[in-house]
Ligand binder design. Structure first.
Ligand code: MEV
Length: 359
């Protein structure tokens, strides 16, 4: 049996703007994981995951490729990951085989509510890592990220893939997304392996050094958020309300580049300034678009951080889920944590998952 795991992630800055190819963001991987166990099987394969309920999803192969044993085809990252790797395997003339996958996640609480730590990305990366071992493909982290990106955009063409990069490479990273239209066309024209070999416009990923004088504190609002709903709403309103989107992109780039420069210089004050700037930039966007990025709970989470000289903001799409705080190691957190408890914000004790290498 093969057992692998992939970590969850948090956005530190650059959300929404990162959806546009080439716009920078900063993310971090955290030490909570999605696990995938793979057992070889014969004649058919299966996927056991809570998302399918008690019944596993059973799959076979026919001339069309992977087929399911029932009509309902879920919109699904695991299946898309399998199909993408299987296409790669077939292009490389490797004999296809069957396997059972079993998925378990630490990225939700005991009652199954998601924390918003990028579970779809982590399950995609973990599935690809398991198949990389099973078929002995010896893919580098960059190639695995590219496979994960191909699998993801087949399901969700607008996703930036920042969460995939954090989950693949670990640690702190600076990330900008590829042009997904180009990537989809590459897959169509050259197959999966050909698309992976090509350069992707806009894509870049770079290792960052964590700020030595700051700690990361994560608060979970307990409010479930839908990234696709928020991103779609923003896209609709952007046109309807003539939001000055290019100003937002420029401001976000300014904040994130400031953050990256401060991380490179290990300048704690600069890091906090950039995070506060990124919070303001998202608020200005939301004041025009009104999609509800910074909910009242996320505003409280960030205000209590600023009140103790730290910096805090929503992480990811906002609308609920988590917020991040960067505070100096000697900051007095007792008041902040008391205020969070009063506001039903749960402190998630997460450490940064270290670099997996490959960058
Ligand atoms: C969601 O976690 C972050 C967004 O920037 C969307 C994405 O990056 O795909 C809002």
């Amino acid at each position: 049996m093969i057992t692998v795991r992939a970590p969850g992630k948090l956005f530190i800055a650059g959300e929404y703007a990162v959806v546009e190819p080439g716009n920078p963001s900063v993310l971090v991987a955290v030490d909570r994981f999605v696990r995938v166990e793979l057992t070889p099987s014969v004649g058919k394969g299966s996927i056991h995951s809570e998302q399918y309920g008690r019944q596993p999803l059973v799959w076979y192969r026919d001339a069309r490729g992977i087929v399911l044993d029932h009509d309902m085809r879920p919109v699904d990252y695991i299946l898309s990951s399998i199909e993408t790797v299987e296409q790669y395997v077939s292009e490389r003339a490797i004999a296809p085989r069957f396997y059972d996958l079993s998925v378990s996640s630490e990225l939700d609480d005991v009652s199954g509510r998601k924390f918003g730590l990028g579970s779809s990305a982590a399950v995609t990366v973990a599935t690809i890592n398991a198949l990389n071992q099973f078929y002995d493909l010896q893919l580098t982290p960059r190639q695995r990220y590219k496979l994960a990106m191909l699998a993801t955009i087949a399901v969700s063409p607008h996703a930036s893939g920042g969460d995939l990069a954090a989950s693949t490479f670990g640690g702190w990273i600076a990330y900008s997304a590829p042009d997904r239209i180009q990537v989809l066309r590459l897959r169509e024209a050259r197959g999966v392996a050909g698309a992976m070999d090509a350069d992707w416009d806009g894509f870049s990923v770079r290792r960052l050094t964590p700020p030595s004088e700051l700690q990361l504190i994560v608060g979970w609002t307990g409010e479930p958020a839908s990234t696709s709903r928020l991103v779609d709403d923003l896209r609709d309103r952007r046109w309807a309300e003539e939001i000055r989107y290019s100003d937002f992109l420029e401001q976000s780039r300014h904040d994130v580049e400031g953050l990256i420069a401060s991380l490179d210089a290990d300048d704690a004050e600069g890091v906090k300034r950039a995070i506060k700037g990124a919070r303001r930039t998202l608020s200005q966007l939301d004041a025009a678009a009104k999609v509800g990025i910074e909910t009242p709970a996320l505003a409280r989470l960030s205000d209590t951080a600023e009140a103790i000289g730290a910096a805090g903001k929503s992480s990811g799409a906002g609308g609920g889920d988590c917020g991040v705080v960067l505070a100096s190691h000697d900051a007095d957190l007792s008041g902040l944590l008391r205020e969070w408890e009063r506001s039903d914000i749960r402190h998630l004790a997460l450490a940064v998952h270290p670099s997996e290498g490959g960058l």
